[in-house]
Design a protein around this ligand. Structure first.
Ligand code: SAM
Length: 252
């Protein structure tokens, strides 16, 4: 038997937002390597698999990237069907590209199973369309992890010309708001922080650039920051919390 690795995107967390291919790969898996933000419900969809946590906790890697690559390669060489399960999409701030290159170099058969990135699903589930005719004809997705990553990108965006979506930006939200205002964005530009999209306990803070830095939350759930006029639509469009009950019942 030849082993095989599937680099699978788990979507934002709710198992109903997995793709059918992701579900099939989980059901068939012998081994699942998962990240910190992957919900445990999803792992139950892989009943035959041995599970191995390779995520980060408190900022520390339980195993480094080279170690993960080696695990993937060795398991496939032993003939196992391996699922490398990552939140959202594996190629959006997920180091999926690095794993694909390592598998390629080792001559291991693999595939990529795209997932719904939180960059679009978190705003959508909070009733925020990232593009909207007359408001935003594009959106930029950046990492808020470090100024060196988001600074040059934000500097190059004409104020209010598109929607900005920031992943890993909860901690740096104040610095990002200050930077945008200094670059000419209005302090009253609507902004939202969508925490734990599709997770139980999900909630959304809505305000503006002037108040973003002081926004206070009592949650450990991951958050996506959305900045732009489109955020103002969130009080008119159904959210995952406000969707009419018939929408879910219809499919039961
Ligand atoms: C390392 S990045 C991985 C992104 C992932 N590959 C994707 O496409 O969504 C982790 C960041 O994704 C965002 N994130 C992931 N899942 C989320 C969710 N359910 N709700 C809100 N933000 C989420 C947060 O900004 C978090 O800090």
């Amino acid at each position: 038997m030849t082993g095989f690795v599937s680099l699978v995107g788990a979507g934002p967390g709710d198992p109903e937002l997995l793709t059918l291919r992701a579900l099939r790969r989980l059901r068939d898996a012998d081994l699942v390597l998962n990240d910190a933000l992957v919900q445990t419900d999803l792992l139950e969809l892989a009943p035959k698999a041995q599970r191995f946590y390779v995520g980060k906790r408190a900022g520390r890697h339980s195993i480094d990237q080279d170690g993960i690559n080696r695990l993937l390669i060795r398991a496939a060489q032993r003939g196992q069907r391996v699922v490398r399960l990552k939140c959202g999409d594996p190629f959006v701030f997920g180091r999926g590209g690095e794993e694909a290159l390592a598998l390629e170099e080792a001559g291991v058969a693999y595939e990529v199973v795209p997932g719904i990135s939180s960059a679009i699903s978190a705003p959508a589930l909070a009733g925020i369309p990232v593009t909207h005719r007359g408001m935003a004809s594009g959106f930029a997705v950046v990492s808020g992890h470090a100024e060196s990553a988001y600074g040059p990108i934000l500097d190059g965006i004409v104020p209010a010309s598109l929607t900005i979506v920031v992943l890993m930006g909860v901690r740096t939200r104040g610095a990002i708001a200050t930077k945008l205002i200094a670059r000419g964005w209005s302090a009253s530009t609507p902004a939202a922080l969508v925490h734990g999209a599709s997770h139980p306990g999900s909630f959304t803070w809505v305000g503006d650039l002037a108040t973003l830095g002081e926004a206070v939350f009592d949650t450990e759930l991951p958050g996506v920051l959305v900045i732009g006029e489109v955020v103002s639509l969130s009080n008119q469009i159904a959210t995952s919390a406000t969707a009419h009950p018939a929408a879910a019942e219809r499919y039961l």
